[in-house]
Design a binder for this molecule. Structure first.
Ligand code: LHQ
Length: 258
């Protein structure tokens, strides 16, 4: 059985975390398969949006705790450097929008993989738990980087120290995620969103992501200069010509991601 499923359909690379009996907790194989699936989405020109979700009841319970106990626990260094950090950096670097569709509980590394994605949406059955403090660890997978930037230092600190379970509704309200949907409409709505992202001017979305990544460490002047460089590149894409032509001709644009 494959712990990560990848299906490419309608311009979307659908990545499914697939260890439902373990709440899609990551083991070593699964972490490497996830990296490979992200690489395939990056390299394959058919993919213009990446969609990440979980199979079964949960989104992802983070690290498989059964794999870090017992006689031969993998070293912690290895786990972060080899398993998780490459997943986070791939998601942030991939030049396509990454939509995370959180179908159920997202805990530990699972919560932080979710919130590093470009757009995070959730089912009303989903929840987010910074479970680390409960087992004597610190939040990893970039959680200490993204969460305070998303919801502010005070709330991030409390959620991380107390390990409170945050519902999808609360997560939306505090800005941790973009939107939540009822469980009944979640799959349809999330796929619709991914398919519409896949029809958009992919390069402009990639430059937008690049600018937002850069903004996390730039001052205003540097950021204005960076925007200028990327806008120049965007203005030299086929999709820009198509977008303007379609606007002037009062028709819908057909973007090719070029
Ligand atoms: C699991 C897990 C799991 C194995 C649920 N492992 N089986 C980085 C550096 C190095 C090392 C460590 O890790 C990391 C990164 C991390 O991610 S650290 C944080 C690891 N994750 C957690 O601490 C979360 C642990 N899980 C939970 O707190 C709960 O299971 C959650 C809140 C996810 C769900 O709670 P419930 O809905 O009440 O479900 P449950 O607890 O009954 O779990 C369902 C099943 O899934 C159960 O199996 P069983 O055979 O008894 O039905 C759990 O054992 C299994 N499971 N998480 N991480």
């Amino acid at each position: 059985m494959s712990f990560i499923l990848l299906e490419i359909k309608n311009g979307v690379g659908f990545i499914t975390l697939n260890r439902p009996e373990k709440f899609n907790a990551f083991n070593r194989d699964m972490a490497f398969s996830m990296q490979a699936a992200l690489d395939e989405c990056e390299a394959n020109n058919e993919v213009r949006c990446v969609y990440i979700t979980g199979s079964g009841k949960a989104f992802c319970a983070g690290q498989d705790l059964g794999e870090v106990t017992g006689e031969n626990p993998a070293t912690f260094d290895k786990i972060l450097l080899e398993h998780y950090n490459p997943i986070i950096t791939r998601i942030r670097k991939i030049a396509k929008p990454v939509l995370c569709a959180v179908n159920g509980v997202a805990a530990g590394a699972g919560a932080n993989i979710a919130i590093c994605c470009d757009i995070v949406i959730a089912s009303d059955k989903a929840s987010f738990v910074q479970a680390f403090s409960k087992i004597g660890l610190i939040p990893d997978c970039g959680g200490t980087y993204f969460l305070p930037r998303l919801i502010g230092l005070q709330k991030a600190t409390a959620i991380m120290m107390l390990a409170d379970k945050v519902s999808a509704e609360e997560a939306e309200k505090m800005g941790m995620i973009y939107k939540y949907f009822s469980a009944e409409t979640f799959e349809t709505e999330s796929i619709k969103m991914a398919e519409s992202l896949a029809q958009m001017p992919t390069m402009a979305l990639a430059f937008t992501k690049q600018a937002l990544n850069e903004s996390l460490q730039n001052n205003l002047i540097d950021q204005l200069n960076y925007e200028d460089k990327l806008q120049y590149k965007a203005a030299h894409t086929e999709d820009y010509n198509e977008g303007v032509a379609a606007f002037l001709e009062k028709r819908n644009p057909i973007f090719k991601g070029k």
